[in-house]
Structures are given as C-alpha cells and as structure tokens.
Design a protein around this ligand. Structure first.
Ligand code: ADP
Ligand code: ASP
Ligand code: MG
Length: 411
C-alpha cells in the first residue's frame, strides 16, 4: 500500500476536539487506501511550559535532562491520537522515538537524525495496522538516552519518516494555510505562495520563518520528498496549501521571495581584543563548546593591534556566551577590555533566488530602512539573502516596509 506522512503541529492537536478533527483527516486518507504515518507535536504551549520549568530549575541546565523533560509533550499527543483513531475503528498504534527506534546523534537539544529503521513499523503495517502515530521531535542516541531535534523538530521527524518509508507525500498541517511571503501575523498583506523553491524555503526557515524547521527543508531537498504545508483548520481536505519544490518547477518568481525575521537576537561586542592570528578561533571555539549558536560576525578595523569583535546569538544564550568568554579570559586564551551585550535587537532578512542575477537589492533594502528611520546595526549577505540587525522595536516596521517596497503582495 502507498504510504503518506501527515504531521500535525501544536495548535492542530491543542485539545481533544482538535485531535478528533485531525484524526478525521487521517481517516479520509486511510479510506483512500493509504497507510499513514502520523507525526504529532505536543499540544501548543506544552513544550514552552516544559522548557520554562527546566530553566527555572537550572539556568545552565544539563541538556540530557532537558531532553528527558521537554520530549514528554509528544508522548501524550501520540497516545491520544492513536486512541482517537481506534475510537473511529481505525487500526492505529503509537510509537515513541526510542520504540521506532529513531536513532540520533548525541547533540542533546539539537540532535541530528542518523537512522530510522522501518522494520518495526512495517511489520505492524503487514499485520493490518493502518496508522502509525509517531511522537515528533524526539529520538534516542547510541548511548541510549532520549534526545530532541531542536525547537520545531517535529517537522524534521515527519520529513525523515517520509524519506525512510518512501512516502508519496509529506503533508505538514499547521495553523496557516500555507507558506506566505512573510509571517501573516506581522504583515496582513502577506501573500500565500502556491510553490516555493527548496533553496528559498531553506533560507527563510534558517532566518526565522518558523513555519518549517530548517533541517526538515534540508532533508526534503536531499531525499526529494514531496513536501506540502497546509491548514488543519480548513474544512475541505483538498485545499492545496504550498508545495516546496525544485526551482525548475516554478515558472516565474519575484526577485525577492520573502521576508523573514528573528525577534530574539542579541548583539555581543568584545571591546579591545588583540588583533593577531588565531584570535577568532580563540573566541569562537569556546563559544561553540558552550553550545552558543553564533550567527553574524563582524570584526572592526584594527588600531594599534587591538580591535573590536561583534557577533550575534539568540538572546537566551547570552548567559552562556558571557560565561564562556569570562572563562577564556581567566585562562589567558583571550584578553578583552569589556563584553557589551545588546539584548534588544532583531534580525530582518530578505530572501530570493532572483538575487543571483539581479543587482541593487541590498541598496534598495538599506534605502527603505533609512527612509523609515531604522538604524542598521550589523549587515550580512549571501548569494540569495541579505540580513540586518535592527533595534527590536523597529522589527515589525522594517518587515512591513520591505514587504511593501519589494511588492511582495503582488504575484
Ligand atoms: P506548528 O505548531 O504547526 O508547527 P508553528 O507555529 O511552528 O506551527 O509554525 C506556523 C507559524 O509560522 C504560523 O502561525 C506563522 O505565524 C509562522 N510563520 C512565520 N513565517 C511564516 C511564513 N513565511 N509563512 C507562513 N507562516 C509563517
Ligand atoms: N513541540 C516541539 C516544539 O514546540 C516540537 C514541534 O512542535 O515541532 O518545539
Ligand atoms: Mg512548528
């Protein structure tokens, strides 16, 4: 029988009614003749609550225990979904990550999937089970400890299952009816896209568009998974949503495909460090060892052998970064005058594969922001994106102004 993967995010399984609604959609696909792998998130808000408990108990927590705790939300929804389906006379069974087993690396809180053996679930399909409900976001390391795949990781669980089982499609059901030119909660003129290229979605996701976890897009691209994003709230189950596909499948597209943002960034500046070979390594190795996800990096012009180094990281990692830098200073590996943390910044980015062949996008972006009186604090670019750090209070304004200026509301 052909296999389909259906993933339901937190709002789509937020309570028993929503779970019933999602189960009905699964029932429709079962009646079409599919064996379905359903991947569920925790009920919306649950993972945040669990993370809050961890941080309150232990600010610089042991990530192994973090994973033991925050993975639990998905166990509940997986069991409830299986029970709901059984109540509908559909032969369903739930699997937690360790039961599959979904094998991951040992990078707790950001584990990478290494293997998904299909044997156990296929054996059940052969015995007549029609729906395998899988707890998203979680796996097990080779040391036998529970791991999680990073926030939003159920998307990645879903795509990885689609690849492992050769599913016909991977449908991501969420609280919006597709992928938009920017987050429709920030810009009400955001336009739904019928299709988006993998490369663009990859950039948008990694720059903050949380509608899909970055790793899920990466996996879909690598394993040629047919990936769709659609609403679990709309009544008709055939509403098309947005297809994430190869660039070649899209006839025309705008130079800029979308605007993404990351609200909770911090800008860290090391004042007066020695400008010598090896200094960058001496700074960024300890940060990496401390689990700090450094994003933008800028080194200023050096004067008399001393320079300033600026980097950005998520605001909730500032404590770790400060601790790592203080330790490196104490041990004599680096020497700096001061470490300044600006915790009120956000990152805004424009993304589009059209930038490969069109010039002037950066100039236009900077002009639009200056016309709005928004000061740019840090800039980085790549082939298909331009990102800036701005004061957080201007984030929405910047997103809306850029969306307008690049005519993203028009096809
Ligand atoms: P789920 O719980 O279903 O995984 P998420 O909250 O993780 O849902 O992702 C869906 C949300 O992503 C939407 O509610 C929307 O606010 C946000 N979002 C951000 N950028 C975009 C975008 N470009 N298109 C659609 N949604 C976006
Ligand atoms: N529940 C997890 C989170 O909130 C995983 C997910 O929903 O994708 O990050
Ligand atoms: Mg999500």
């Amino acid at each position: 029988m052909p296999t389909l993967v259906m993933k339901f995010g937190g709002t789509s399984v937020a309570n028993l009614d929503r779970i019933k609604r999602a189960a009905k959609r699964v029932g429709v696909e079962v009646s079409k003749g599919y064996n379905v792998i359903v991947v569920v998130s925790a009920m919306s808000g649950k993972t945040n609550e669990l993370v809050g408990w961890v941080e309150e108990t232990s600010p610089l927590f042991d990530a192994r225990e973090y994973d033991a705790i925050v993975s639990s939300g998905e166990n509940v929804t997986a069991g409830l979904m299986a029970l709901t389906l059984q109540e509908m006379n559909i032969n369903a069974r739930s699997w937690q990550g360790w039961q599959v087993p979904l094998i991951t690396s040992s990078a707790h809180a950001a584990a990478r999937i290494e293997d998904i053996p299909t044997k156990n679930i296929n054996a059940k399909f052969d015995q007549g089970v029609r729906v395998a409900v899988v707890a998203g976001f979680q796996g097990i390391s080779s040391e036998g400890r529970i791991t999680t795949l990073g926030r939003g990781g159920s998307d990645t669980t879903a795509v990885a299952f689609a690849a492992a089982f050769g599913a016909e499609r991977c449908d991501i059901y969420t609280d919006v009816d597709g992928i938009y030119t920017t987050d429709p909660r920030v810009e009400n003129k955001a336009r739904k896209l019928d299709k988006i290229a993998f490369e663009e979605m990859l950039e948008l996701a990694s720059l903050g568009a949380k509608v899909l976890q970055t790793r899920s897009v990466e996996l879909a691209m690598r394993f040629k998974v047919k990936l769709r994003v659609l609403s679990s709230f709309e009544e008709q189950s055939d509403s098309a949503g947005t297809l994430v596909c190869d660039e070649e499948e899209i006839m025309e597209s705008n130079v800029v495909a979308g605007v993404a943002f990351q609200r909770d960034e911090a800008k860290m500046t090391l004042i007066s460090i020695a400008d010598r070979p090896g200094i960058a390594a001496a700074i960024f190795m300890p940060l990496s060892d401390a689990g700090v996800n450094v994003d933008m990096i800028v080194q200023n012009i050096s004067e008399e052998g001393r320079t300033d180094m600026t980097f950005s990281c998520p605001v909730d990692q500032v404590g770790r970064a400060q601790q790592a830098m203080a330790k490196a200073k104490d041990s004599g590996e680096i020497n700096f005058h001061d470490l300044i943390a600006d915790t009120d910044v956000a990152k805004v980015s424009v993304v589009g594969i059209g930038m490969r062949s069109h010039t002037g996008v950066a100039a236009k972006m900077f002009h639009v922001l200056s016309a709005e009186g928004v000061n740019i604090k840090v800039i980085t670019t790549s082939e298909i994106k331009i990102s800036v750090l701005v004061d957080r209070k201007y984030m929405e304004l910047a997103v809306q102004a850029l969306h307008d200026a690049f005519d993203l509301d028009k096809a």
